[in-house]
Design a protein around this ligand. Structure first.
Ligand SMILES: Cc1ncc(COP(=O)(O)O)c(C=O)c1O
Length: 374
């Protein structure tokens, strides 16, 4: 088979188009497009029911949601985050003049390594911001033990983790609060969007006000706030895609298994593992290339795939600490980030989702094997 169209990591998933268009039509008739409209309220309630959490604050994207959540938690000074994450996790802190202190990852999980957190705590540390990378839950138990012992607040960036669990508990129910991304490339997408979820009533109330300029009622502003609201059309998309969650997981899982079979015998290439005892959305097909065993290195494989219009990605290379402004502000951070530097030089994320058929997965696997002459 030949591939005529470019294959992208993160090409959006889409639920029932007719249902979406009906929702948008109704919205147009109502002429209520933003400011906590009925679709946003329905979306928040549906997400709360799905996750089993008390409060969901839908927002315009996860980056602003992270900023609002960390501000509502009163994080200041220094906050410990993994370097192996999308740059928005670090930027959301730095944007508020909070220093992200980069912690190394556990190479077995790609998540922040709790054993390396404690040595980074200083008198200025106020919190830990864990990231559930690829929807595989952080070691929440170990993180929260440290936080209790050292009087730190914990929140999570669950941008990858919608419909995923840790120890049988849905991601979204850990820490003081968690943040999801509903960006077009994410498992559940609203075109653009995000949410903070929490079981804490006071925190929820504070964040609801902060996302709406700090307004309480029509004329009274009681906090410094921002415009973090989700609009109705975004909620229409989110509700429609939420109805398709099961089908999208089934497609992602089918593709994941096809990649697993197709790459099984390739020396030096291993697909990351999802614990079948947990829920996962299988949104990320992630391989590690061991250049000591594999005939070609990661960059050569990615370059070859790009030549064939398969836009595989090197997430999250080279790590936040090697991007600006952190590279200049913290030039020696890499000394404590050996696993991050090692793994981020090995990872390739491959295309999946509704637009990728099993034949396409087989084609990509054949192409990789052919390139490596296996
Ligand atoms: C881990 C992580 N955090 C934060 C974000 C930012 O999300 P958004 O694009 O919704 O602002 C993303 C992805 O875009 C992400 O992957």
């Amino acid at each position: 088979m030949s591939i005529n169209n470019t294959l992208l990591v993160g090409r959006p998933n889409l639920g029932d188009r007719g249902v979406l268009l009906n929702r948008i039509n109704d919205m147009l008739d109502r002429r209520w497009f933003s400011n906590n409209g009925p679709l946003v309220q329905e979306f928040e309630k549906s997400i709360a029911d799905f996750l089993g959490v008390k409060h969901v604050m839908a927002m315009c994207n996860a980056t602003v949601a992270l900023e609002i959540a960390s501000r509502a938690l009163n994080l200041q000074g220094e906050v410990i985050v993994p370097s192996y994450t999308f740059i928005a996790t670090a930027h959301a802190l730095q944007w508020q003049e909070i220093t992200p202190v980069f912690c190394d990852m556990d190479p077995a999980t790609h998540n922040i390594d709790p054993a390396k957190i404690e040595r980074l705590i200083t008198p200025k540390t106020t919190g830990i911001l864990g990231v559930h990378v690829w929807g595989r839950g952080c070691d929440t138990e170990a993180i929260e033990k440290i936080a209790v012992r050292r009087h730190l607040k914990v929140m999570y960036d669950a941008s990858h983790g919608f419909a995923c669990s840790k120890g049988g508990r849905m991601l979204g129910t850990f820490g003081e609060c968690e943040v999801f991304s509903f960006h077009a490339t994410k498992f559940l997408n609203c075109f653009e969007g995000g949410a903070v979820v929490t079981n804490n009533d006071d925190l929820a109330e504070k964040m609801r006000l902060m996302r709406n300029f700090g307004f309480q009622g029509f004329d009274n502003v009681i906090y410094l706030g921002v415009n973090g609201k989700m609009s109705e059309v975004h909620a229409a998309m989110g509700l429609t895609n939420l109805e398709a969650v099961k089908e999208i997981i089934a497609v992602n899982r089918r593709n994941y298994e096809a990649y697993r079979a197709g790459l099984a015998e390739v020396p030096g290439i291993s697909l990351i593992y999802y614990d079948p005892a947990e829920k996962n959305n299988y949104q990320y097909v992630v391989v590690e290339v061991d250049h000591k065993v594999c005939p070609r290195n990661r960059d050569e494989i990615v370059e070859e795939l790009h030549k064939q219009n398969i836009i595989a990605r090197k997430y999250f290379w080279p790590g936040c600490h090697r991007m600006e402004p952190y590279r200049s502000l913290q030039p020696n951070a890499g000394l404590l980030l050996k696993e991050t530097e090692n793994i981020s030089a090995r990872v390739i994320v491959l295309p999946t989702g509704q637009t990728v058929e099993v034949e396409t997965v087989n084609f990509i696997c054949d192409l990789i094997r052919g390139f490596l002459k296996i």
